[in-house]
Design a protein around this ligand. Sequence first.
Ligand code: 5GP
Ligand code: ZN
Length: 119
Amino acid sequence: MSADRVPDCLFCRIVARELPSAVVKEDTAVLAIRDIAPRAPTHVLLMPKRHITSAADLSVEDGELLGRIFAMGAEIARGQGIATAGYRIVTNVGTWGGQTVDHLHFHLMGGRAFGWPPG
Ligand code: 5GP
Ligand code: ZN
């Protein structure tokens, strides 16, 4: 599902500044905030400002948006000093994928080594 905004969506409310968050970076279409329960020394969430439920709802028309998200992720990684060692960008889809907030977001995680495959 894709919409400008969905009532009662946690991340739509954060985007609208109805709820507080630690903003790392933003542009007109993308917001990057610190995860409230970080699982790594650097744990940032990158999300589109408009509501897209998950990666399963993306289409070819979202190519520019995805480019913005990944470019911003790389910029943040460089700024946080985790780019050289390497880091992970991941998005969870649906219940078995581990998605708990139904507004598309990418976890940018770094500052430690990660195992593969994820648990
Ligand atoms: P998911 O489980 O959907 O892949 O990721 C949701 C992420 O959002 C989790 O890592 C969780 O810690 C984070 N999160 C949940 N509620 C909030 C909140 O109110 N503010 C922030 N900044 N992060 C949140
Ligand atoms: Zn939303």
